[in-house]
Ligand binder design. Structure first.
Ligand code: ADP
Ligand code: MG
Length: 242
């Protein structure tokens, strides 16, 4: 069974004369535990697509299923997903531990379970020695790892990333990419990762969705996309050899 399936998914913003269709019938089946990158130029509809999977944006047509269950009408909290954004807001007055534990406290998990989950995530993300610090005492990269930790502790079925690295400098971006790959190796959570950066897409993706103007131009492994681009758009966007 596909972990995530999109069937003829359409998105229109606005009504009447203001109506603007930004997603034009996307069909894709993503397997369990896959790491998928959605890549395309700014404004092509990547965030819109991701936000529809997350339940943060209503879909105008088609169907989205997660784990075989149609989620069109479900709230984000009912979809068993966690999302990591570019502008991760940590609670400034809380410690790293409290930031990571907060969502679990709200869900009233037992203290011991919360501690076990936070400790495990902190281990994977190399945050174990920072659990007592406040966000202002952390570097940008460390803060981003706390934001990821907050998502991991929820043990979601699906991870959604919307350009989580674009605020980081090149060195930190490369390092955080490695963290994300390690995270995926260790936890094997089905992931959708949005970026406009071809290099990032090629390094992270098991398979990638190349988007242009609200349409899926190609869905394939980085090798396939690079060596057998489905269109001239894909070839020039990815920089395939002529
Ligand atoms: P990307 O993430 O690839 O940069 P977006 O999904 O943010 O693209 O945007 C896709 C298109 O939809 C753009 O033309 C954008 O201007 C438009 N758009 C995004 N959000 C809204 C909104 N809330 N209302 C109207 N138009 C929007
Ligand atoms: Mg975007």
């Amino acid at each position: 069974m596909a972990a995530i399936s999109l069937r003829n998914v359409v998105k229109k913003y606005g009504k009447g004369k203001q109506e603007l269709q930004v997603i034009h019938g996307i069909d894709v089946e993503i397997a369990d535990r896959e790491f998928i990158v959605i890549v395309g130029p700014s404004g092509c509809g990547k965030s819109t697509l991701l936000r529809m999977v997350a339940g943060l944006e209503e879909i105008s047509g088609g169907e989205i299923a997660i784990g075989g269950r149609v989620v069109n009408q479900l709230e984000p909290a009912e979809r068993d997903i966690a999302m990591v954004f570019q502008n991760y807001a940590l609670y400034p007055h809380m410690s790293v531990f409290e930031n990571m534990a907060y969502g679990l406290k709200i869900r009233k998990l037992p203290e011991a379970e919360i501690k076990a989950r936070v400790d495990k995530a902190a281990g994977i993300l190399e945050l174990a020695h920072l659990l007592d610090r406040k966000p202002r005492q952390l570097s940008g990269g460390q803060r981003q790892r706390v934001a990821m930790g907050r998502a991991i502790v929820r043990q979601p079925q699906v991870f959604l990333f919307d350009e989580p690295l674009s605020n980081l400098d090149a060195k930190l971006r490369a390092q955080t990419r490695l963290e994300i790959q390690k995270l995926h190796r260790e936890l094997g959570i089905t992931s959708l990762f949005v970026t406009h950066d071809q290099v990032e897409a090629m390094t992270l993706a098991q398979r990638m969705i190349v988007m242009n103007a609200g349409r899926m131009e190609q869905f394939g492994t980085p090798e396939e996309v690079y060596h057998r681009p489905a269109s001239t758009f894909v070839a020039s966007f990815i920089g395939s050899p002529p």
